[in-house]
Design a protein. Structure first.
Lengths: 113, 117
């Protein structure tokens, strides 16, 4: 069974700071990778996804993620965070034709104004 | 983008009663829908996969007789929590896979907060 590990449970930073959230998965085959965000009181929204091609993926709201196959990683980054980026961030992995998403435990990001 | 709705958004019920939660894909057809459970401050745990016109497949440890799933049409799946108990209190989230997209992206509903007294 595949698992998804997110390195940080809670990250606190100031506005304009850079953000990087780690994500590693254990499945060795071909995978599709996602980052979702859950703002307070709202439903999950897709930030970005990687299926194939350029391993550096750009998503919405200035987020990007890099797929490093050799490290089984898909880390999320944003160069300069805003207060509105305060949310819960989930990394998720899916095997093609399986359609089952496996989620990481999530990272709570708190941005202080 | 694709929109998924859930109804109700929150429900409070007495122990021993049954509660039905609906998940609808509003602007696309979904042959596959998924039901997740999320405990406070925790991640989403997949409960079952709902396939239109066939029986749902449940994840290990999920009681299929307690969590009844019906996927009667391409736009509607329902989850019924039967004989609910306080330990069933949780946030239930559904997602739907857009079969026309050809990809593996799932679109999530807003969730249903269930509180069993």
């Amino acid at each position: 069974a595949q698992s998804v590990s997110q390195h940080n449970h809670h990250v606190i930073l100031s506005e304009a700071a850079s953000l990087e959230l780690g994500c590693n998965y254990s499945y060795g085959g071909t995978v599709n990778l996602f980052w979702y965000v859950q703002y307070p009181g709202q439903h999950l929204q897709l930030l970005l996804k990687y299926f194939s091609g350029d391993p550096l993926v750009k998503g919405i709201k200035g987020f990007e993620a890099e797929f490093i196959k050799s490290k089984f990683s898909f880390n999320l980054r944003k160069p300069s965070v805003q207060w509105s980026d305060t949310a819960e961030y989930f990394c998720a992995v899916i095997r093609p034709n399986d359609y089952k998403l496996s989620f990481g435990a999530g990272t709570t990001v708190t941005v202080r104004a | 983008g694709a929109v998924v709705s859930q109804h109700p958004s929150w429900v409070i019920c007495k122990s021993g009663t049954s509660v039905k939660i609906e998940c609808r894909s509003l602007d696309f057809q979904a042959t596959t829908m998924f039901w997740y459970r999320q405990f406070p401050k925790q991640s989403l745990m997949l409960m079952a996969t709902s396939n239109e016109g066939s029986k749902a497949t449940y994840e290990q440890g999920v009681e299929k007789d307690k969590f009844l799933i019906n996927h009667a049409s391409l736009t509607l799946s329902t989850l019924t929590v039967t004989s609910a108990h306080p330990e069933d209190s949780s946030f239930y989230i559904c997602s739907a896979r857009d079969r026309s997209s050809g990809g593996d992206e799932q679109f999530f509903g807003p969730g249903t907060r269930l509180t069993v007294l």
